[in-house]
Design a protein around this ligand. Structure first.
Ligand SMILES: Cc1cc2nc3c(=O)[nH]c(=O)nc-3n(C[C@H](O)[C@H](O)[C@H](O)COP(=O)(O)OP(=O)(O)OC[C@H]3O[C@@H](n4cnc5c(N)ncnc54)[C@H](O)[C@@H]3O)c2cc1C
Length: 262
């Protein structure tokens, strides 16, 4: 039996580069170096492992919602081994909050066709970690979040969720939405064969019209939350250097006491 997996991958500003806000309080994504959110690589990896371990036909689609550059997130998923890509790009998506983003993703997942949706545990920029749950609610399917181990087959998805004091074994019938943690298994590097093969893989581009969505329901217009102000953290100042002349301990204690730490 065939299994259609859609992996949601997000294109995020590179944490190693310069990141900034635009004047309207939104994240400035223009001209900023970006990449596939590292935590989403684990979701791609799990999809590929399910495909490799299956006797049946498994189709892996990587899906992103984001501006033009976000296509790189799809390309990376294809280089890793996914079969096809979907890139939803529309100016109206700018400034979407989790409700808007999930609305667009749900429409795209439905249009692509799915049995299983895989997500990362959180994006490395927004880091809310709630999108998979909202997406499942919109799709009307079970959600199994934060799995450290995943398997799918026989019309169900199952796995292990590790907590601080206990590990749970959980299972849900398909179709379902699953998010995986960074403990689920090291993500592979694209091989030379994978890089060459990715060039020929199909990537469809959809906008809000293609998904039958109204621009009023997404973007800044449809956002439930608004960033009222975004202020950069002040640059770190040089710390106070305590020179030890036999009385270093006393000086450190006086410094801490002065700030009411002790
Ligand atoms: C075009 C665009 C413009 C945006 N503009 C703003 C803005 O101006 N200000 C602001 O604060 N936020 C903005 N966002 C971010 C958006 O509000 C959040 O990213 C979104 O609500 C999801 O929350 P999160 O990133 O914390 O995801 P989480 O809930 O932490 O993500 C969990 C998982 O959901 C999946 N996922 C999340 N987002 C996407 C996506 N876009 N495509 C595919 N998979 C995804 C990934 O698998 C991810 O690992 C924008 C997003 C997009 C796509």
């Amino acid at each position: 039996m065939s299994l259609r997996i859609v992996v949601c991958v997000k294109y995020v500003p590179d944490a190693a580069g310069e990141r900034r806000f635009a004047g309207d309080g939104t994240v400035d994504r223009e001209g900023v170096d970006g990449l596939l959110s590292e935590l989403d690589e684990y979701a791609v990896e799990q999809a590929l492992r399910i495909a490799e371990g299956s006797d049946g036909e498994v189709d892996v689609t990587v899906l992103t919602v984001g501006p033009e550059d976000a296509r790189e997130a799809v390309s990376k998923g294809l280089r890793m081994g996914a079969d096809r890509g979907v890139h939803v790009e529309d100016g109206g998506v700018h400034g979407s909050d989790v409700m808007g983003t999930s609305l667009v993703l749900a429409a795209a997942v439905e249009k692509a066709g799915f049995d299983l949706v895989l997500c990362g545990m959180a994006s490395t920029d927004g880091a809310m970690g709630v999108l998979p749950a909202v997406l499942a609610e919109r799709l009307g399917v079970p959600q199994v979040t934060l799995l450290s181990e995943v398997s799918a087959g026989g019309g169900a998805v199952s796995g292990r969720r590790d907590g601080d004091r206990a590990s749970e074994r959980v299972e849900a019938p398909l179709p379902a939405v699953v998010s995986v943690t960074d403990q689920s298994g090291e993500a592979r590097y694209p091989s030379f064969k994978g890089i060459m093969a990715a060039k020929k893989k199909p990537v469809v581009e959809w906008d809000l019209d293609d998904l039958g969505l109204d621009a009023d329901g997404v973007g800044l217009a449809g956002a439930f939350t608004e960033v009222v102000e975004a202020v950069e953290r002040p640059a770190r100042t040089k710390g106070e250097i305590v020179t030890d002349e036999g009385d270093g301990g006393l000086k450190v204690a006086a410094f801490l006491a002065g700030r009411k730490f002790i």
